[in-house]
Design a protein around this ligand. Structure first.
Ligand SMILES: *Cc1c(COP(=O)(O)O)cnc(C)c1O
Length: 387
C-alpha cells in the first residue's frame, strides 16, 4: 500500500519500559518467590510488530510471552523465539501445541473431556494454564467449580498444570473495590491450587493497570501488555514510560479561504475569519478516525493545529491560521511533516490524547495505526555506552 502515513516504532522505548517494569517488580518484593513476567504481544504487539518487540523482550530476559491465537505463536517460533509462549484464546490441539512447545489456556469443561480422551502420556507433558473467571465475565471457570476442575486436570497423565490465571475487568479505575474482590477470590483459589500442584504453580492475574496501581495483584506472575508500548489505561499515568509508536504524514497543500467558508463534507465547520487551511495526506483509511472530525489536533511546526471539518478517506483539513500568522506567511514547503502521534519540537500528542478526543482507548488507536502495514523500526541495536 503506497500511502504517505509513516508509522515508526522506537525499540529502545520498549526496552526502557521493560526495565521500568523489572525495577518496579523488584521493589515490590512482597514475596520470596520471583514474579514471572508474561509479556502480552497479541494483535501484532498492539500494532508494534510481535516479532520485533518479542525479540527485544527476550533479549531483555522476559520469562514468558502470550498471544491470542495459535498462528501468532507459530510465527514467533519460526523466528527462533524459544521462550515459553501461552496461547490465550485458542482451542488446544495437543499435537500442534506440543510440536511448537506452546502452553494452552483451559477455560471450559468440554476441552477437559477432550484432553482426557486424547492426551498421550508420552513425554514431554502438555503444559496448560487454567483460567478462572473472578469477575471479568468473559472466559473461565466459575470460582465454585475451580477446585474440582483442577483436581480433574491433575488426574490426566501427560498433562501438567503450570499456572492458573484470571483477568481484571476494571483495574484502571480509581475505585479499586471490584479489582480487590477479584484478587480475594483468585488468591483463595491459588492457595488451594498450590496444595494440589505445589508451590511452583504460577498464579497470574495483573495486567498493566494492576501492576502500576495495585501492588498486591502482582502474584507469582504478571501479564502486562500496554505498558511495554508506553501507556497505562484510563486515568492512570506513569511519566517514566516512553510511548514507542510515532505516526506522521505530510502536508499536501495550504489554501487561504475567506471568512464564512464551509470546510469538507457536510460543511460542519465554517471559518469565522479569513483562514489558512492545511490539507494533510491522511484520512480515516489511514486510521485517523472519523470521530476526530472537529475534535482532534495534529502537530505542525511544533504546534497543535485543530482538525476542522469532517475527516475524509484520504485527506484531513487542519486550521493553520494561528500557526502561520499573516502577513509573514512563508508558505511551508509542501510535504512538510505533520505529526499525528509523537513529538515535534517541544509539543507532543500521545495515543492517549487521541483516544480521549475520539472517545476510545489507547489500545484501539495503537492497533489501528500499527495494523496498516508499513512500519519503520528505530534503535534496533544496543548502544553500548547507554544501555
Ligand atoms: C490483553 C491481555 C492482557 C494485557 O493487558 P494490558 O491492559 O494490555 O496490560 C493480559 N491478560 C489478558 C488475558 C489479555 O487479554
Amino acid at each position: 500500500m503506497n500511502r504517505h502515513l509513516r508509522v515508526s516504532v522506537d525499540l529502545s522505548s520498549i526496552r526502557k519500559n521493560f526495565r521500568i517494569l523489572k525495577e518496579r517488580l523488584g521493589k515490590l518484593s512482597l514475596q520470596l518467590q520471583k514474579t514471572l513476567i508474561i509479556g502480552v504481544v497479541k494483535a501484532d504487539a498492539y500494532g508494534h510488530g510481535a516479532i520485533e518487540v518479542s525479540k527485544v523482550l527476550v533479549k531483555e530476559g522476559i520469562d514468558f510471552l502470550a498471544v491470542a491465537y495459535l498462528e501468532e505463536a507459530i510465527a514467533l517460533r519460526e523466528e527462533g523465539i524459544n521462550i515459553p509462549i501461552i496461547v490465550l484464546f485458542e482451542e488446544p490441539d495437543p499435537q500442534k501445541y506440543l510440536r511448537y512447545d506452546l502452553r494452552a489456556v483451559i477455560h471450559e469443561e468440554k476441552t477437559i473431556s477432550f484432553l482426557e480422551k486424547t492426551i498421550k502420556t508420552s513425554s514431554p507433558p502438555f503444559r496448560v494454564h487454567v483460567k478462572i473467571d473472578t469477575g471479568m465475565g468473559r472466559l473461565g471457570f466459575v470460582p465454585d467449580d475451580a477446585i474440582l476442575i483442577l483436581q480433574r486436570l491433575a488426574n490426566i497423565k501427560g498433562l501438567r498444570v503450570e499456572g492458573i490465571m484470571s483477568h481484571f475487568s476494571e483495574a484502571e479505575l480509581s475505585n479499586k473495590d471490584s479489582a480487590k474482590r477479584q484478587i480475594a477470590i483468585f488468591n483463595d483459589i491459588c492457595i488451594k491450587a498450590k496444595r494440589i500442584f505445589g508451590d511452583n504453580l504460577i498464579c497470574h492475574m495483573a495486567n498493566s493497570a494492576a501492576i502500576f496501581s495495585i501492588p498486591e495483584a502482582c502474584l507469582s506472575g504478571v501479564r502486562p501488555g500496554l505498558m511495554f508500548y508506553g501507556y497505562l489505561p484510563g486515568s492512570l499515568e506513569e511519566k517514566s514510560l516512553s510511548p514507542a509508536m510515532k505516526v506522521s504524514t505530510r502536508l499536501l497543500t495550504i489554501r487561504k479561504v475567506k471568512k464564512g467558508t464551509p470546510i469538507s463534507y457536510g460543511g460542519t465547520f465554517v471559518t469565522n475569519r479569513e483562514s489558512l487551511v492545511g490539507i494533510i495526506k491522511a484520512g480515516y483509511a489511514d486510521g485517523l478516525m472519523r470521530s476526530l472530525s472537529n475534535k482532534g489536533y495534529v502537530l505542525f511546526q511544533g504546534k497543535r493545529a485543530p482538525i476542522i471539518g469532517r475527516i475524509c478517506m484520504d485527506l484531513t483539513m487542519i486550521d493553520l491560521t494561528e500557526i502561520l500568522k499573516e502577513p509573514a506567511i512563508t508558505y511551508p514547503s509542501i510535504e512538510e511533516e505533520v505529526v499525528i502521534i509523537g513529538s515535534q519540537d517541544n509539543e507532543t500528542i500521545t495515543a492517549k490524547d487521541l483516544s480521549r478526543w475520539a472517545n476510545t482507548i489507547p489500545y484501539e488507536i495503537l492497533t489501528t495505526f500499527g495494523g496498516l502495514g508499513k512500519r519503520i523500526y528505530e534503535n534496533h541495536g544496543y548502544d553500548k555506552k547507554r544501555d
